[in-house]
Ligand binder design. Structure first.
Ligand code: ZN
Length: 95
């Protein structure tokens, strides 16, 4: 059974609309795509993927760092700097 996101009513997973409130359910593909996008943004995997996808790894790391820096407090910034430095060192060792 699927649970309606809006009214909470249980519905047949095959239905594309809630029988109770009439809201359309997002399809599984849409949900997966959204989940993937979120993961790309939030996780280390997405972070590394962006870095590796950049023109050069160094450039990628710089871009990521600038992106992080844009919206963070000093403490978070320092923590992230340490993480980025660690990942960078790790990448250098692997390559
Ligand atoms: Zn509903």
């Amino acid at each position: 059974m699927n649970k309606c996101q809006v009214c909470g009513a249980a519905n047949d997973p095959k239905e594309i609309r809630c029988a109770d409130c009439g809201v359309f359910y997002p399809t599984l593909a849409e949900l997966l795509a959204a989940e993937e996008r979120y993961e790309e943004q939030q996780t280390l995997k997405g972070f590394l993927k962006r870095i590796v996808g950049a023109e050069s790894i160094k450039q990628g790391v710089c871009d990521e760092f600038k992106m992080f820096k844009a919206g963070l407090s000093n403490t978070a910034l320092f923590t992230l700097y340490v993480i980025v430095a660690f990942i960078f060192a790790l990448l250098i060792t692997v390559i």
